[in-house]
Ligand binder design. Structure first.
Ligand code: B3K
Ligand code: ZN
Length: 893
């Protein structure tokens, strides 16, 4: 047996082999100097099996090996090889200590993976395979070790030195340097290792666990940001309490630290006891942060904290199991946020993202099961599928079991596998064991990609009073499999009669089977086709299907528009009320699209039933104002595009805009009343009711600003000037900038500049400022975005800035991205490819992420599709292309 280095190419789940060696103890001595860092590692390696190993390979990248010894004796060059990708030890003993010393250059590390420098702060990002850029190691999640880390650095430049676990020692060194020694008592894989060194200030608090232990909480930020940590701290304490109450999980160290850095490839990272965050997911204060920003901080702080159990205490055996920790943890944070705010609103928001973006991924060339069977570059698999669909799969399991059994199942999972690296089967098995349920068919959710499509038809027999729902499922082919097995699909449902919800009785149910709430059922579809017969129904009902979006599927049932009106106004399920309003709006937008294609959109008269619904909703007392805001918002261009056979982004934009103007014209009085309710003297609180009030008011303002009269313009400007919070300030600026009315453009330009002058010292506010311009659908978008890249506020090495400009333009400004320029319709695509090729040399992970819109070329007409494809080919043939971009280009072409 030998443990060899991973070759570039495809890695397969079926090839998994347990590690040949364990690393019992890891001692790291990291000496940070300006421009270079020295890492000494002492690894206590123990052979896992009884058979001798000819070669043992340790992964390593961009390391300069200075010294190598085994048990204190320097190795002769005949005893090892340094190769591309790592270090190979020849004929290793069964037990030995490997001592290496390497030189690395964090200052030159622009990939933001491994040890790098963000502004003045040294920090690490090791998941998935970044630890190998710090030292030679068995860089795989099933190798779990006891870590001790000594850090030393200049005391003035880096007064704060942090790593995982508890501080054992610290002190002064010669030459103005100092050191800190940390030990983590919990064994962990190296992807959870973290180190931070820099000039940071901390906000401190304590949390007393359910069993009475005091935990020190520290949030480290640059001193200028100390006033923006309260919300993260409150969110952290809420998350700690919630995990105790809902999952029985206590925190397990004496200290929990969060560090915020500006340059970070994603939102945050759950390193044991030392989470490292993108500033965008920690910092929040009302003057600089929108409601969505506050909610994001709460959600991400909770998510990373929850990983302490779902990910750290019980971790993944290999990276194919990523959804084991991510899907489950997203489910946990979603339920937490639902509990902190409004469950229906949270559900509506999450489902919108899933259906717009994950469904598109699942229908595209990068489609993969939540547990992929192969990958080329694991960084490309931190996807909406693994995270968001993974969450939906856990949600289905939780709903099939019900709260009590699900809790019993997660207790068993955590206890059975504490300290282990496991698979998604282990998770499902624990749930099966406590419930006695058979989840063998359910496993298809882990193994098959693609979004199942349900076709539902129904019939009612007046004589027998029976109502039959016939449901069939079909899943389109995806790259890994063209012939799908059926999925196990829970369909939560109810039936609406003329006077409200009808009592339900399935044909084979006995009176004892009937649940207390007899207006709701969960049907379990387990075959390609099934029928469900309800008896004793007095009338033909309108079915309310897939309540709460009980499964990540597309549901087709021929609702009449009157049915949709009824569901939107009267369904007892909040999610399905929203869904019906969206379906109705989508139907009217599709009418408008037909008119557009016939060239007479301007003379088109939309179905007024949509106005009827909106009017009644606006008058409904007791309706959650956030729900009202979402129900009144037309489906996004991205969501509309998802519903089309061939996407025509210009047509979609025109049709949606036409309908929005129609709504604004016809509901002017009602909308004006909402928009006028702006009151700058109201104190700002980021709580559900207030967030909802701002949302509906700003939704109304958006509508009115499509074609504003002076009164509306005055409301908008007043809000922009007097807002005491970023939500209202940015909403007013956005409405102004998005307004195409003549005369408003110059005003918008002036206000944009004034906003910049006011906020230029706040990077996160400037990100929003960049993003709102990148999203602006007015003609000339590409030129504006190119100008932004030359603006002093732009920094082409900072992922947040790249996402705010290039990411937002290519994903959220379809009319400009796909419209190009008058001279060159493909100019948007060329621009994006140029940016990707340049960025790939510095930060391949972010470059690969930016490729998503181009991968969707099959969804467009032949000319656009070919132009997008040409750009993918150009990326693919760029010299020195990273494996990250290469995988996506190869699979998409
Ligand atoms: N686990 C990290 C993601 C790491 C991504 C590496 N490319 C954050 C999270 O999901 O909590
Ligand atoms: Zn996560």
């Amino acid at each position: 047996m030998s443990e060899s280095l991973q070759q570039p190419g495809t890695v397969y789940l079926k090839d998994y082999q347990p590690p040949a060696y364990e690393i019992e103890k890891t001692y790291l001595d990291v000496e940070i100097f300006r421009g270079e860092t020295f890492v000494k590692a002492e690894l206590d390696l123990v052979r896992a099996g009884t058979t001798a190993v000819a070669e043992l390979a340790l992964a390593g990248e961009q390391l300069e090996l200075l010294d190598i010894a085994v048990d204190g004796v320097p190795l002769d060059p005949s005893q090892y090889r340094v190769e591309e990708g790592g270090l190979v030890l020849l004929n290793p003993e069964a037990r030995f200590q490997l001592q290496t010393r390497v030189r690395i250059c964090p200052e030159q590390n622009s990939s933001l993976e491994g040890l790098y420098r963000s502004r003045t702060i040294y920090c690490t990002q090791c998941e998935a395979e970044g630890f190998r850029k710090i030292t030679y190691y068995l860089d795989r999640p099933d190798v779990m070790s006891d870590f001790t880390t000594r850090i030393s650095a200049d005391k003035t430049e880096c007064p704060v030195l942090l790593s995982n676990g508890n501080l054992l020692d610290s002190g002064e060194l010669e030459g103005g340097r100092h050191f800190a020694l940390w030990h983590d008592p919990h064994k962990k894989p190296c992807y959870l290792f973290a180190l931070v060194a820099g000039n940071l200030s901390a906000v401190e608090d304590t949390f007393t666990t359910a069993s009475g232990r005091a935990v020190e909480l520290k949030i480290y930020v640059e001193a200028k940001d100390l006033d923006k940590c309260d919300h993260a701290m409150t969110s952290l304490k809420n998350a700690m309490r919630w995990d105790e109450e809902v999952y029985g999980r206590e925190y397990d160290l004496d200290i929990f630290m969060i560090v915020a850095v500006d340059d970070f490839n994603m939102g945050a990272m759950e390193n044991k006891g030392l989470n490292i965050f993108n500033t965008s997911c920690v910092l929040a204060k009302r003057e600089t942060t929108t409601d969505a920003g506050f909610q994001r901080v709460e959600g991400v702080v909770a998510h990373e904290y929850f990983h302490n159990w779902s990910g750290n205490r019980v971790t993944c055996r290999d990276w194919f199991q990523l959804s084991l920790k991510e899907g489950f943890t997203v489910y946990r944070d979603a339920e937490f946020s639902a509990d902190m705010g409004s469950p229906t609103v949270k559900r509506v928001e999450d489902v919108a993202i899933l259906r717009t973006h994950q469904f598109a991924e699942d229908a595209g060339p990068m489609a993969h099961p939540i547990r992929p069977a192969s990958y080329m570059e694991i960084s490309n698999f931190y996807t909406l599928t693994v995270y968001e669909k993974g969450c939906e799969v856990v949600r289905m399991l939780a709903n099939l079991l019900g709260p009590a059994l699900f809790r019993k199942g997660t207790d068993l999972y955590f206890e059975r596998h504490d300290g282990q690296a496991v698979t998604t089967e282990d998770f499902v098995q624990a749930l099966a064991d406590v419930s006695g349920r058979d989840f063998s068919l359910f496993q298809n959710w882990y193994n098959q990609a693609g979004t199942p499509e349900l076709s539902v038809s129904d019939s009612y027999d007046e004589n027998t009073r029976e109502y039959t729902l016939s449901i069939s499922q079909y899943t389109p082919p995806t790259p890994e499999c063209s012939d799908k097995q059926p999925f196990h699909i829970p369909i939560a449902m109810g039936l609406l009669g003329d006077a409200g919800e009808l009592a339900l009785k399935l044909k084979d149910e006995t009176p004892e089977d009937l649940p207390a709430d007899n207006t709701h059922r969960v049907l379990e579809l387990t075959q390609a086709e099934q029928q469900f017969v309800f008896t004793d129904l007095p009338e033909k009902p309108v079915p309310s299907l897939l309540r709460g979006f009980s499964a990540p599927v597309k549901l087709n049932y021929q609702y009449s528009r009157d049915d949709l009106v009824k569901l939107a106004l009267h369904d007892s399920d909040g999610f399905n009320r929203y869904e019906a309003s969206q379906k109705l709006a989508l139907a009217v937008i599709e009418d408008a699209l037909k008119a557009y294609h016939c060239g007479d959109l301007q003379d088109f008269s939309p179905d007024t039933r949509l106005l009827q619904v909106y009017r009644e909703l606006l008058q409904e007392s007791g309706l959650d104002q956030a729900m009202l805001g979402y129900m009144l918002t037309l489906p996004s261009e991205g969501y509309i595009a998802e519903q089309q056979q061939v996407v025509d982004p210009l047509a979609i934009h025109a049709a949606r805009r036409f309908l929005a103007a129609f709504v604004a014209d016809n509901l002017q009085a009602e909308l004006l009343q909402r928009a006028q309710s702006f009151d700058p003297s109201l104190d700002y609180r980021p709580v559900a009711a207030d967030i909802a009030a701002r949302l509906i008011r700003n939704t109304a303002l958006d509508y009115l600003m499509i074609n504003p009269n002076q009164e509306v313009l005055d409301i908008c400007l007043k809000q922009l000037e007097q807002a005491n919070n970023m939500t209202d300030e940015l909403a007013a600026l956005t409405a102004l900038v998005n307004c195409d009315a003549s005369g408003v453009k110059i005003l918008a330009e002036r206000q944009l500049e004034a906003f910049y002058q006011k906020w230029q010292h706040e990077p996160l506010v400037i990100n929003s400022w960049l993003a709102l311009q990148a999203r602006n659908a007015s003609p000339g978008g590409l030129a504006r975005v190119q100008a932004l890249l030359n603006h002093p506020a732009y920094d082409g090495t900072n992922p947040n800035k790249i996402r705010s400009v290039i990411g937002v333009f290519s994903n959220a400004n379809p009319v400009n991205f796909h419209g190009g320029t008058d001279q060159d319709p493909a100019a948007g695509y060329r621009f994006l490819a140029d940016q990707i090729i340049a960025l790939d040399k510095k930060n391949p992970q972010i470059a690969a992420r930016l490729m998503t819109p181009l991968t969707r070329w099959r969804r467009f007409d032949a000319t656009r599709g070919q132009a997008m494809r040409d750009e993918l080919s150009r990326i693919k043939s760029a010299p020195g292309l990273s494996p990250d971009c290469n995988e996506i280009a190869t699979k998409s072409l």
